[in-house]
Design a protein around this ligand. Structure first.
Ligand code: SF4
Ligand code: SF4
Length: 484
């Protein structure tokens, strides 16, 4: 894999020492970006990419509008610190689920990268998906690749102004809609829509414009620069690839020496001396990052497979077998393995280990979510008040209990305590009613008969039980202090 030189990121110019007799030369260390105008191509991988665009965008734009009961089905409500996920309501205390989910995502990324390279980058990364949509809008408003190249090099005519306005207008509309949808995952989207129409909610407006402009800049202008220079994944993915990873590869043994089949050289002998690559450069023209895969695997390659589609279409036209550029492993290429031989090697120990760990985390997450009790209890001793003698001659300790009803129905709870002989909770503290998704701090008095326990700390636990049709119990340990 080729990597940039350590100096390639510096925007500077260095004077080369002049050779005797030679004119002094200035060599730029920073190469200006060449604008890439990729050619549209059809084929298997292009269809997969569009299928992923539809799947991800239907989810992204559609889900915030789905209702679950009388609330939004998927909402990260930062104001109340609640995360609604269809029938599930999660709190900051449930952060562990999010942490495990992120670990599962990271492991799945490692697993797929080890098996088939940068599948994520080529097919489902938001940067790739939005660049694809923006490119489509560019094609609709400005024409195909050659028309766009002509437009780039032409002066500012009325036609250019109109086409550029249409392109940027459509980009901006889509970007702002994307920003609005994104904010709609954090603020109920129906309320947000009303606020936006009334030009209210300065913070919401700020984040809609911020995210919208980020989309406009990244997908409209920066494009492959994000993948090349900003995304860290491109840099460490090489550590996850090995010789049995499926990657987009040019079959140089078959393709070289490359050459055009020009009429002048169209003799049988001249054609026989050439490889299958007709040097049409279509694979380079369709590449969204503007590389030539015939130079070998490069860190810029996002594994989108469009060069495979392009080359297959060329091979069909010249009546040669498809697959001059294909998904293959390095071992498969070197040893001329069949597809079946390569696929067998995909299930190697490294892949099996990643799979086992990923499945173990998924199972742990599913089990702990299934066993999760929608009732949270936190106990704190009231440090302002030490043990005291209560009316009736009992020894009393005070506690602060936080009870959180994590269901979406009102609940009644019964509070009791165990662990010490004669331990009771004062009558008026024993029952509490909480509304749906309500959390409340209470002061609870626990008492034991005076002299029934030796001086010092004693372990005890509060037992909070939900009454009604969804019975559930949570036990929380604490300490009962008996003074000397
Ligand atoms: S080289 Fe091929 S697979 Fe890699 S980014 Fe370019 S078109 Fe996609
Ligand atoms: S598309 Fe195929 S034939 Fe054309 S230049 Fe690329 S590798 Fe060669």
């Amino acid at each position: 894999m080729t990597t940039p030189s350590p100096e390639s990121g510096r925007n500077s110019r260095r004077k080369q020492p002049a050779l005797p007799g030679a004119a002094e030369q200035t060599v730029p260390l920073f190469e200006a970006r060449q604008k890439i105008q990729p050619r549209a191509i059809g084929g298997l991988f292009a269809r997969w990419r569009w299928a992923m665009v539809w799947a991800t965008q239907l989810f992204f734009y559609g889900v915030p509008w789905l209702q679950w009961g009388d609330r939004q089905s998927l909402l990260f409500d930062l104001q109340t610190m609640r995360f609604y996920l269809f029938g599930l309501v999660l709190y900051p205390q449930d952060f562990i689920y999010l942490a495990v989910l992120l670990i599962v995502c990271a492991l799945a990324l490692f697993l797929f990268t080890t098996m088939a390279g940068r599948l994520w980058c080529g097919f489902s990364c938001p940067q790739t998906v939005y660049t694809e949509i923006f490119l489509w809008l560019e094609r609709v408003t400005e024409g195909d690749r050659s028309a766009r190249l002509r437009l780039d090099h032409s002066g500012w005519t009325l036609e250019k102004i109109l086409k550029r306005s249409a392109k940027h207008g459509s980009w901006l509309l889509l970007s702002l809609w994307t920003g609005f949808t994104f904010v709609g995952y954090f603020v109920p989207i129906r309320t947000l829509a009303v606020e936006v129409m009334a030009l209210q909610g300065p913070w919401q407006m700020f984040w809609i414009f911020f995210y919208g402009l980020a989309t406009y800049g990244n997908a409209g202008f920066l494009r492959e620069q994000v993948c090349k220079h900003m995304c860290p994944y491109a840099r460490f993915q090489s550590a996850m690839l090995d010789k049995d990873t499926l990657i987009v590869t040019y079959d140089s043994q078959r393709g070289e020496p490359r050459g055009m089949r020009s009429k002048a050289r169209d003799s049988a002998a001249a054609t026989a001396a050439l490889g299958d690559c007709i040097d049409c450069t279509l694979c380079v023209q369709v590449c969204p990052v503007g590389i030539d895969i015939r130079n070998g695997l490069q860190y810029e390659c996002i594994g989108c497979g469009l060069c495979v589609d392009a080359c297959d279409s060329v091979m069909d036209k010249v009546h040669l077998p498809r697959g001059l550029i294909r998904f293959a492993t390095q071992n498969g290429m070197d040893n001329r393995w069949s597809k079946a031989q390569m696929l067998r090697r995909v299930l190697r120990p490294r892949v099996l280990v990643y799979t086992a760990i990923t499945l173990a985390f998924c199972a742990a997450l599913a089990m702990s979510l299934a066993q999760r009790t929608p009732l949270k209890v936190n106990v704190m001793r009231d440090r302002a008040s030490l043990a005291r003698i209560a009316p009736g001659g009992q020894l009393e300790n005070l506690y602060r209990l936080q009870i959180m009803n994590a269901t979406e129905n009102a609940q009644r709870y019964r509070i009791s305590a165990t662990g010490l002989e004669g331990l009771t909770v004062e009558e008026e503290d024993r029952h509490i009613a909480l509304a749906a998704i309500e959390s409340r701090w209470l002061t609870v008095r626990a008492r034991i008969p005076y002299g029934s326990a030796a001086p010092g700390p004693h372990a005890m636990e509060f037992v909070v039980t939900a009454e009604g049709k969804d019975p559930m119990t949570v036990r929380e340990q604490t300490v009962f202090q008996v003074p000397n």
